[in-house]
Design a protein around this ligand. Sequence first.
Ligand SMILES: NC(=O)C1=CN([C@@H]2O[C@H](COP(=O)(O)OP(=O)(O)OC[C@H]3O[C@@H](n4cnc5c(N)ncnc54)[C@H](O)[C@@H]3O)[C@@H](O)[C@H]2O)C=CC1
Ligand SMILES: O=C(CO)COP(=O)(O)O
Length: 337
Amino acid sequence: MQITVLGSGSWGSVLADVLARNGHAVTIYGRNAQEINEINTDHTNKHYLADLHMDESIVGTTDLHQAVASAAAIFFVIPTQAIRGVAEKVGAILSEEGHRPFLISAAKGLEEGTLYRISQILTQSIPAPVRGDIIVLSGPSHAEDVARHDITTLTAASTNEDAMAWVQWVVMNDFMRIYTSPDVVGVELGGAIKNVIAIGAGAIHGLGYGDNTKAALMTRGLAEMARLGAAFGADPLTFSGLSGLGDLIVTCTSTNSRNWRCGNRLGQGESLQHILNTMGMVVEGVPTAQAVHDLSSQAQVDMPICEAIYEVLYRHRPLQDSIDALMGRIAKPEIDF
Ligand SMILES: NC(=O)C1=CN([C@@H]2O[C@H](COP(=O)(O)OP(=O)(O)OC[C@H]3O[C@@H](n4cnc5c(N)ncnc54)[C@H](O)[C@@H]3O)[C@@H](O)[C@H]2O)C=CC1
Ligand SMILES: O=C(CO)COP(=O)(O)O
């Protein structure tokens, strides 16, 4: 099975490695020639994953046409804000070649401005005759842990059962277990919003708050995710699954999380701009905080924690002031759908 992974960063490199070790012919596409050269010659990608030795059968390329022209499946593993641009080029190449691969989104976020989920971006950018089934792959899966074959579980969501079964077939092995879900909206919203909450989890840690506060933030953050999801037709139970609660746990509690680390540094007093300039990897929760702010305002869904994080990131509101305001809100029942 010829599989292409678009994105040669942390997650793209590890997914490519898993797929290659599962016996598939894998091409990885990246925009950085030096990185691709390192993958082809040394079978490493040290900027992102110091200890990963990638399967030597993986072919790296900076040529998008070469990468997608004969792929039976294309994994999108680039930052959300870059997906539309790449997907439009992929759509043009597939139209030229006239074939229709599976399209898998392994990224997590919402597009700023349009507020679209990634499956929506792919639907809009790739013409119907060459658009294979879209599958969303999401769940608790830090690249660093998958790289050392830590046991990892993910959810594959699609409206097509055969497409989900196909993803199970290509990704599953003795350390990767894939469950399926028909709830594409819920799986995508969970994966996107948990990154915003994880910035908050890092921030309270950086400020010196303890485990009670972290549990409060995660649990009430989960309620916000489910509330927004329900407004867009998602099953609230999806948020108790791997792509919701599962990913929220891993992202809010692991120092591997770039979102958590961004929040932690904010809590310690660094400026957002400096953090983003020096992270060297994507922090998806930052643009997604803006999108969640816009989406929840439009849908009139109350998301006070996400809103507080948005105000810290985009309105320069001091963190402590935001926390005090959250704690000063009117008393409420816990279940408030
Ligand atoms: N790192 C992780 O543990 C996981 C990441 N994800 C998601 O996967 C997506 C990608 O994240 P990472 O690989 O971690 O990011 P990263 O920051 O490690 O790497 C991003 C890669 O995308 C490339 N890129 C950016 N714009 C591009 C463009 N226009 N064309 C081609 N390549 C482009 C960069 O050069 C870089 O190679 C994000 O949405 C993230 O939330 C999902 C699960 C786990
Ligand atoms: O989605 C992830 C783990 O499941 C990665 O989270 P970060 O982008 O915060 O590192």
